[in-house]
Design a protein around this ligand. Structure first.
Ligand SMILES: Cc1ncc(COP(=O)(O)O)c(C=O)c1O
Length: 361
């Protein structure tokens, strides 16, 4: 299932089709797309030659398997413009690995990791003028794979589209880098151990929408999920992993198969100890967090994700208990981690970890 053809064919859009690039100050998240996209088809047991082509619609059979049984996976990473004008990705090999793992879990044709990287780099290089410069903005990269075989019946597709689209974007939350309000779901769950919670597959997000809608109705930005078995242990938030600072220790739930292994989470687990913070991967019961909030030991809560970066949480609601964190303000540790992580990503701080990957433009 892994054979690849070399070389990507490039078909540039005609000049008159090129769109006007938005100003950095006018950007939303994921609302505008660049002039080109990447597409590669899997059929006949192998990957066909990849193509970079004008951004365009697909024409798929209504019987395509993705529409019926949900074989769809995706990734999310960002390209940054550094002060010297160079273009950088952040740990793209981690996304390549996760895309590969997600494909295997969903019985889809895995994209070889080196080919994932080549396709991302080549497309971003051609579209580098779309990368915004302002801190907090970036070119969001969305590699995706869908099952395209036109046949009904629950079985793995024999044909796929692997494609990449790019979106110049600002902060994920409308609040920007300021505290968000999160509601703990005490009724609905996102994923169970043994399910597909650790794969980045579309159905996980569809399954999260109803609880997200209920949270929004009450004025909360996202849902914090609890485990499916006991409905007690904290898992993750809609689009980010979560960390709690209690007694000056940063706690985050361990990876047990039901939460997404985030690249940002992994980076914080490495970065924080080097900045002098103690970190622990530990199962955290919501009642323990409530207790810590009451006693004043819960001093900061923050989310970690590519889109959201480091998102301070100013309020957590669980049942009738409203926990205001750090007076609803950004905590010291949260800010320090944000500054250091974005400093590496935006090229204003040293990168002792080799996380930044410059691409040839
Ligand atoms: C459910 C979920 N958890 C966590 C994350 C954070 O992962 P990463 O840091 O790799 O973006 C994301 C974002 O991709 C996500 O969708």
């Amino acid at each position: 299932m892994e054979s690849i053809s070399s070389d990507i064919i490039v078909e540039n859009p005609p000049q008159e089709m090129m769109k006007t690039k938005p100003n950095d100050d006018e950007l939303g998240f994921g609302t505008e797309f660049t002039d080109r996209m990447f597409l590669q088809e899997f059929k006949g047991g192998q990957w066909q030659t990849g193509r970079i082509m004008p951004f365009q619609n697909f024409s798929l059979s209504p019987a395509a398997l993705v529409f019926h049984y949900g074989q769809a996976i995706f990734e999310g990473l960002k390209a940054y413009k550094h002060p010297d004008g160079s273009v950088a990705l952040f740990r793209p090999e981690k996304n390549a690995q996760r895309f590969h793992r997600s494909a295997k879990r969903m019985m889809m044709a895995p994209v070889p990791e080196e080919f994932f990287l080549e396709s991302v780099e080549k497309l971003v290089a051609l579209e580098h003028e779309w990368i915004p410069r302002k801190l907090g903005t970036s070119l969001y990269i969305r590699p995706t794979m869908i099952a395209t075989q036109a046949v009904l019946g629950v079985k793995p597709s024999e044909e796929y589209y692997y494609f990449i689209i790019l979106s110049p974007s600002s902060a994920y939350f409308k609040e920007g880098f300021s505290p968000v309000k999160i509601m703990v779901s005490d009724k609905y769950v996102r994923a169970a151990v043994g399910g597909v919670g650790d794969a980045k597959t579309a159905g996980n997000y569809a399954a999260s929408l109803y609880a997200g809608y209920l949270a929004k109705k009450e004025g909360y930005s996202q849902v914090l999920w609890l485990d499916a078995k006991e409905n007690r242990y904290v898992e993750e938030v809609g689009a980010m992993n979560i960390a709690f600072v209690m007694d000056d220790i940063i706690y985050t739930p361990p990876l047990r198969g039901s939460i997404l292994p985030g690249v940002t989470r992994d980076s914080i687990l490495k970065l924080a100890p080097d900045l002098g913070y103690k970190v622990k991967e530990e199962a955290l019961a919501i009642d323990v967090i409530e207790e810590a909030a009451k006693s004043g030991n819960l001093t900061e809560v923050f989310g970690m994700g590519t889109a959201a970066v480091i998102a301070p949480v100013g309020e957590l609601k669980y049942k009738d208990d409203v926990m205001v964190i750090n007076n609803g303000e950004i905590g010291k540790i949260t800010k320090d981690l944000y500054d250091n992580l974005t400093g590496i990503q935006y090229g204003t701080r040293d990168d002792p970890y080799g996380w930044v990957k410059k691409i040839q433009i």
